[in-house]
Design a protein around this ligand. Structure first.
Ligand code: FAD
Length: 412
């Protein structure tokens, strides 16, 4: 049996970050993942500024190595396409200079990005990583958690566990008691394509807010070597109520919609079309209990508006590691002590999640959306707000204030 003070289940962005932060705090840990890396994860592969900022806070060296990582595409902005098909190109930074400015956003296949993080884990002798082991049993004992695979051939005893095993975590469901609620959960699918025409010269990511998907969207994210990640997501209650088959909807849309049909005429799908769940952080939940903390998707922390979850996994992983350090020092792993983790997560991520939930409600209305986009094309103030909304919470706040729309109307 392996014994450790902290055991992390899952080596995706949430678990890997927790391990890296623990390491930088001088605490050794065990990380267990059921997959053998490099492994794929169904995702849009969009890495927002939050990912690099989060890694930078842990160790500037990691962020620098990610900037130099060749398997990613630097992206300089977002193209929004409204339900009425107006297009708005919004750079992440006004008047950016590709040769002088550090890029803010990246698109990187998860098979590469997650492996980059796992390579970072392997650099540290304080992190013991076990790949290809699925933790299926969790037994709470007086002095810790006993974890094992289904057959009981692999066992770990830990003072404290960090649950980072993603959207389908059985611990989240069975022990933490967090249930999937279709109105706060989305279904997403994606495939890789080669040869999609009409991509932006500066690799802007594209979000197409099609009427039948709202508040979800169809995305086209540019990747290196002329590839693109193409997918769509939709709220799970809409999928259920409208009996939508997302895979058919995506392939039909790309074939039948005149704009996409032209752009995808000579494109080739280079992967299978796969789906996965998106547990949205639309409301507060209890994220910890005696001797455990949930991070990333296992904690339901995906941004309800942008669908971004990697940045929040990175942030929550780092917060969990700091909380683990505090608990180890105090020798206190009680549910009350762990509450400090919930408080930190919601202090850091809560305001943004709340805003995004409100924005998600707002974009359900295609007319409002169309109008906003038309205004955005003419109005610099609005364009700046949209430009920074993926990265700047304070600016995003403006979009949910009625006074903002009054001012826009008056300035027309
Ligand atoms: C279609 C789709 C598109 C998305 N697009 C984006 C995007 O463009 N940008 C963005 O930021 N986010 C996006 N997301 C969300 C993002 O993928 C997640 O938020 C992110 O992967 C969360 O990281 P995590 O570390 O919490 O979990 P994961 O990345 O899911 O990692 C969990 C790890 O746990 C392991 N594991 C699972 N069960 C066990 C077990 N029993 N024992 C041991 N190990 C286990 C898995 O093998 C895996 O390595 C998207 C999600 C979907 C579904």
């Amino acid at each position: 049996m392996i014994t450790t003070s902290v055991c992390i289940i899952g080596a995706g962005p949430g678990g890997a970050t927790a391990a890296l932060q623990l390491d930088r705090l001088g605490i050794s840990c065990v990380v267990v993942d059921k997959a053998v890396f490099p492994r794929d994860k169904v995702c849009g592969d969009g890495l927002s500024g939050k990912v690099i900022t989060g890694l930078e806070k842990i160790d500037k060296g990691i962020a620098e190595r990610l900037r130099q990582f060749i398997e990613k595409e630097n992206s300089w902005g977002v193209t929004f396409v409204s339900p009425g098909r107006q297009r708005l190109d919004v750079p992440y930074k006004p008047n950016y200079n590709k040769t002088q400015d550090a890029p803010i956003g990246f698109v990187c296949k998860r098979i590469h990005f997650d492996n980059f993080l796992v390579d970072e884990l392997k650099r540290s002798p304080n992190i013991r990583l076990f790949e290809g082991v699925s933790i299926d049993k969790y037994t709470q004992e007086e002095d810790g958690y006993l974890l094992s695979d289904a057959k009981g051939t692999f066992t770990v005893k830990a003072d404290l566990i960090i649950i980072a095993n993603g959207a389908h975590s059985s611990f989240t469901r069975d022990v933490a008691g967090i249930r999937m609620e279709p109105k706060y959960y989305a279904a997403g699918i994606r495939a890789y394509y080669k040869g999609v025409k009409g991509m932006h010269a500066d690799s802007f990511i594209e979000l197409h807010f099609l009427k039948n998907l709202l508040p979800g969207y169809l995305w086209i994210f540019p990747l290196p070597n002329g590839e693109a990640n193409v997918g769509m997501d939709m709220l799970s209650d809409a999928v259920r109520d409208r009996k939508v088959n997302l895979k058919t909807l995506l392939t039909d849309t790309l074939k039948q919609d005149p704009i996409f049909a032209e752009r995808f005429r000579d494109a080739e799908m280079t992967s299978s079309l796969d789906g996965y769940g998106l547990p949205l952080g639309s409301r507060k939940r209890r994220l910890s209990g005696e001797r455990y903390m949930l991070v990333g998707d296992a904690a339901f922390l995906i941004d309800p508006f942008t669908g971004e979850g990697i940045g929040n996994a990175v942030y929550s992983g780092a917060i969990a590691a700091k909380q683990a350090a505090a608990c180890l020092e105090a020798g206190n792993f009680s549910g009350e002590a762990m509450m400090a983790y919930d408080e930190s997560v919601y202090r850091v991520l809560g305001p943004e999640l709340k805003l995004s939930h409100r924005l998600q409600q707002l974009v359900r209305y295609p007319r409002l959306f169309n109008w906003l986009m038309k205004m955005g094309m003419k109005n610099k103030q609005l364009k700046d707000v949209i430009s920074c909304m993926f990265y700047e919470v304070d600016l995003r706040k403006k979009l949910t204030r009625p006074s903002f729309y009054f001012k826009l109307l008056l300035n027309r």
